[in-house]
Design a protein around this ligand. Structure first.
Ligand code: GTP
Ligand code: SPV
Ligand code: MN
Length: 593
């Protein structure tokens, strides 16, 4: 034993058969100097003990045991409620490899900067070692990592969001490699907060935030930023996409993967409950995943996808019996709520829940509508996917599910119609690359500002977007049998500022059209931006749409699209010579049409 490990008491059962893991844990302990090191096994007993301690120190507040058994409220620091894109870095040796889409620091400088913050930061605290697996434990598509953290809240959330503990450790020991993630809550000072990624070292270092995407390192840091980088060299894709199954009355199931930016409808679409007439006819939606999708070509050339996560970290506001009954059913028990309000009888409450009344807001103060909403707009629930009534058994399939259609979409109040289909794969990649969306509360900063968010990956791509688009294009190699690509916009507004499309369950009407297109059965008209359905090509039975809605949801606005394509061209040019010519050509062809 060296001096380092002697200085840190490690429980007798702890440690790993993998020397590289033990050495890294010892190295981190030497830097952060915790009082204790705890290796997480993921057991119920371990979780119960952690929860007990968090209840005792106020990290978790027990919710109404009758209505919400086993459920907890966590109130974060008010300055720590969302992802912090301006403090998130991708640290590749070459600046251009991170691309203009990422903040960059040279690896040595980044390590020095963040290690100075980690120095002694766990004194008086326990350091938890969390082995986790992203994806079904027995899937060749899955990848493992180890997160070291001083936050028991992170441990409890990682336990829900990943396959965590003994089985993951066994796989890591078998494989001999893992993604390293180091996290400390630190002082929660926004001026001493960094989320740093070292893709070449398969390493993540996150300091100064306890919030989901910043702190649950298996999620955005590993499963998107690091994984996208690995996927590029290994020939697969790591995407910010939901995965759902759609079964028609004939019993045929297709799977769809859809990329919408943060807080733009992935969870809601993934858990969709069909409108009444569709239920009667036997349509069904099953949920494979609501946020992240890893996919790669199978032997038959189709793309096969897994959900690397085991739980949902969903947006609470707007979730109701009406908008998302599956989510609401899921979160009736064994759920961690972060930054929601509470009712007089201690039930969780948020804007748009549609029942009950808040008495205390997310900061723990008496609710005052004039002061602030009861729930933070980015308040979240963490719940096991197994609790979701629509959770698909296919989500545990180690081979993944074959994808029939890929959907891109954003929040666009104007111009962009309800749905259109790309002409081919290259056009589809451009549709993804050109995605724009109005910003939401999922990241700190202004809300409602239109920005380019290619494939909903702007905050999450671990390398240069130009190389990423090129990687996407490379799948069209003549051997693969690729899915069709579509674009949707559930958020088109009328002149009075209200949404023109009912959305939620009625989005199935759009999915049905897509599957019809995949099978060569549904109609469309050709326009410069792709194939658009007419209102008559969709089943709109039971939906009332006025003239303005029909015109804007199904129309092609030539002048507006000219301006949009100029703006897309300017955006692609910001990547300079690295931008694949095929994408520029496609943009120019459409701009000239
Ligand atoms: P992340 O977890 O941040 O990646 O977000 P997400 O894409 O899963 O977003 P989510 O499904 O939680 O939706 C966020 C917001 O979009 C909520 O306020 C929903 O009410 C709203 N929303 C979702 N689907 C629709 C829709 O079809 N129409 C309208 N108008 N709003 C929707
Ligand atoms: C998102 O912001 O896209 C989320 C929540 O899904 S977080 O885990 O914080 O990234
Ligand atoms: Mn997300």
């Amino acid at each position: 034993m060296n001096a380092i490990s002697e200085a840190v008491p490690v429980a007798a059962t702890a440690g790993s058969k993998l020397q590289a893991l033990n050495a890294w844990v010892a190295e981190v302990a030497a830097l952060t100097r915790p009082d204790q090191v705890h290796w997480c096994d993921g057991s119920d007993a371990e979780n119960a003990e952690l929860v007990r301690r968090m209840e005792a120190d106020g990290t978790l507040i027990r919710l109404n045991e009758q209505t919400h058994p086993g459920s907890w409220l966590h109130r974060s620091n008010p300055d720590d409620v969302a992802r912090v894109e301006h403090l998130t870095f991708v640290c590749t040796s070459e600046r251009d490899d991170a691309g203009p889409n990422n903040h960059w620091l040279a690896p040595a400088e980044a390590h020095a900067k963040i290690d100075a913050l980690f120095d002694g930061c766990m004194e008086g605290r326990t350091m938890y070692v969390i082995p986790y697996c992203m994806g079904p434990i027995d899937s060749p598509l899955s990848r493992c990592g180890v997160e070291i953290t001083d936050s028991p809240y992170v441990v409890a959330n990682m336990r829900i969001m990943t396959r965590m503990g003994a089985p993951a450790l066994a796989r890591i020991e078998r494989e001999g490699s893992f993604v390293k993630g180091l996290h400390s809550t630190g002082e929660l000072d926004p001026d001493r907060r960094f989320i740093m990624h070292f893709p070449e070292e398969l390493t993540i270092k996150s300091y100064g935030s306890g919030y989901g995407g910043n702190a649950l390192l298996g999620k955005k840091c590993h499963a998107l930023r690091i994984a996208s980088y690995q996927a590029r060299s290994e020939g697969w894709l790591a995407e910010h996409m939901l995965i759902l199954g759609i079964t028609n009355p004939q019993g045929e199931t297709h799977h769809i993967a859809a990329a919408f930016p943060s807080a733009c409808g992935k969870t809601n679409l993934a858990m969709l409950i069909p409108p009444e007439g569709y239920v009667r006819d036997g349509w069904k939606i099953t949920t494979v995943g609501d946020d992240i999708c890893w996919m790669r070509p199978g032997k038959d050339g189709r793309l096969y996808a897994i959900n690397p996560e085991a739980g949902f970290f969903g947006v609470a506001p707007g979730t109701s019996k009406k908008s998302n009954p599956n989510a609401l059913a899921s979160i009736q028990a064994e759920t961690i709520f972060t930054n929601v309000g509470v009712t007089a009888d201690n039930q969780p409450w948020w804007e748009g829940l549609g029942e009950g009344e808040p008495v205390t807001d997310w900061r723990g103060e008496p609710y005052d509508a004039a002061k602030r909403p009861a729930a933070h707009p980015n308040s979240r629930f963490t719940v096991s996917a197994r609790r979701c009534p629509s959770y698909s058994p296919e989500a545990e399939n180690p081979e993944g599910v074959p994808i029939s259609a890929i959907v891109f979409g954003g929040r666009r109040a104007s111009l962009v119609p309800l749905v259109f289909e790309a002409r081919d794969w290259t056009h589809g990649v451009l549709v993804g690359a050109a995605m724009g969306s109005e910003t939401t509360a999922a990241a700190t900063g202004a809300v409602g500002v239109m920005r380019r968010d290619p494939m909903a990956m702007k905050p999450f791509c671990g390398y240069n977007f130009a190389d990423y688009f090129n990687h996407w294009l490379s799948f069209d190699d003549g051997r693969n049998n690729l899915p069709k690509i579509f674009h949707v916009n559930w958020f088109r507004k009328g002149d009075d500022g209200s949404f023109l499309w009912p959305g939620f369950g009625d989005n199935l009407r759009v999915l049905e059209w897509m599957i019809g297109r995949v099978k060569g059965e549904a109609g469309a008209v050709e326009t410069p931006i792709g194939h658009l359905p007419t209102a008559g090509d969709l089943n709109l039975d039971g939906v009332e749409l006025g003239d303005e809605a029909r015109e804007k949801l199904f129309g092609f606005e030539r002048d507006g699209w000219r301006a949009e394509f100029d703006s897309i061209g300017e955006y692609l040019d910001t990547y300079g010579a690295r931008m694949p010519p095929a994408l520029k050509d496609e943009q120019q062809r459409i701009a000239a049409a």
